[in-house]
Design a protein around this ligand. Structure first.
Ligand SMILES: [Zn+2]
Length: 348
């Protein structure tokens, strides 16, 4: 069956000139004819290369030898092809329907989002966990060096008090986290009371004087260190650093002059601000740590109460305090099976 011819322009692929032609479909072939009716091209419909159809755009048919014929009435060509038994492909038909296009777009966005939300953290976790111990320790040393110059001062705690805390914590760690490498360092906050502690990559746990002063004689310090040791064993600080600074920046901090880079200060602060998920994990781990070290969960609850009270005091706003960067204290207490009101009874 012959259908009415469509107007077209033939580009021969060698010159820029366009020649007016007619395009018609006849006996399973696409014919391109000159205005005088001479057949210029005859192509079987099967295997015909036609550009994507759009509602009101021309379509191009690719011909042998680099020639292209452009049909201004693209929709007419689509109809003619379909009538001749060459229906639009599934993709072409979907493209014509905006709900399908919208669904595809949403699916693509959802996929990208899932990749960003789940793929990136998973990749970062994998990198953080597979970094050699020496590399993590170097990152930790660099971070401490940087903090020492800016936010931290040497500890003012008497040597004996430091040794006593160290011995008690080491004894608890032998039971609660056997085999885990860590080292405690004592510092004071450059500003504010600093009832604080944090874990750096590679196992360095920084204990600030005021935390040790207020908890040194009891198991709340053991609970806080149990929490920090969980950050160490799960490489949370390295993970947070990679997330905040990116792998490239972390590498340049590692091999460049870490402490000399002012730009790395925000990265280090981000390193100390754990994610909510990491904090929950560390809280749960602290309770297990306490149990393995022969204690109840009570010191953890009391430590949270102390931190809640201390965060109300004016701390150094530049240092992420143990609480503000953590999930809400009420939520954390509830997870430990203690209502927030428990602080009233437990507070020192
Ligand atoms: Zn934490």
């Amino acid at each position: 069956m012959t259908r009415p011819a469509l107007e077209g322009l033939l580009f021969d692929g060698r010159t820029a000139a366009a020649a007016p032609v007619r395009v018609l479909i006849e006996e399973g072939s696409l014919l391109v004819t000159a205005p005088d009716g001479a057949v210029l091209h005859r192509r079987p419909l099967s295997g015909l290369q036609v550009s994507e159809p759009f509602a009101s755009a021309p379509r191009q048919v690719t011909l042998p030898g680099g020639a292209v014929v452009e049909v201004a009435d693209g929709a007419g060509l689509t109809t003619a092809l379909a009538a001749a038994g060459r229906p639009a492909t599934l993709v072409e038909r979907l493209q014509q329907r905006w709900p399908a296009a919208a669904v595809s777009l949403l699916a693509a966005v959802a996929l990208l989002w899932a990749g960003y939300v789940h793929g990136l953290p998973a990749a970062v976790r994998l990198i953080a966990r597979s970094l050699p111990g020496d590399v993590e320790r170097r990152l930790g040393e660099g971070a401490l060096e940087l903090l020492d110059g800016r936010l931290l001062r040497p500890s003012a705690l008497p040597e004996a008090e430091q040794r006593e805390a160290e011995e008690r914590l080491a004894a608890a760690a032998r039971l609660g986290a056997p085999g885990l490498r860590f080292q405690l360092v004592f510092r004071s906050a450059a500003r504010g009371p600093g009832v604080n502690a944090f874990a750096l990559p590679g196992g360095t746990i920084v204990l600030l004087d005021e935390l040790v002063r207020r908890t040194g004689g009891d198991d709340r310090l053991v609970a806080v260190v149990g929490h920090e040791l969980a950050h160490v064993s799960r490489h949370h600080a390295t993970e947070a650093l990679l997330r905040a600074a990116g792998v490239g920046a972390a590498a340049s901090m590692l091999w460049g002059d870490f402490s000399g880079q002012a730009a790395s200060v925000p990265a280090v602060l981000a390193m100390l601000a754990g994610s909510r998920a990491a904090e929950r994990e560390a809280d749960e781990e602290a309770v297990r740590f306490l149990a393995a070290a022969g204690r109840t969960a009570r010191p953890m609850i009391e430590a949270l109460c102390l931190l809640a009270a201390a965060s109300a005091e004016q701390g150094d706003p530049r240092l992420p305090d143990l609480l503000s960067t953590h999930p809400d204290v009420g939520e954390r207490l509830a997870r430990l099976g203690a209502p927030e009101a428990a602080c009233g009874a437990a507070a020192p």
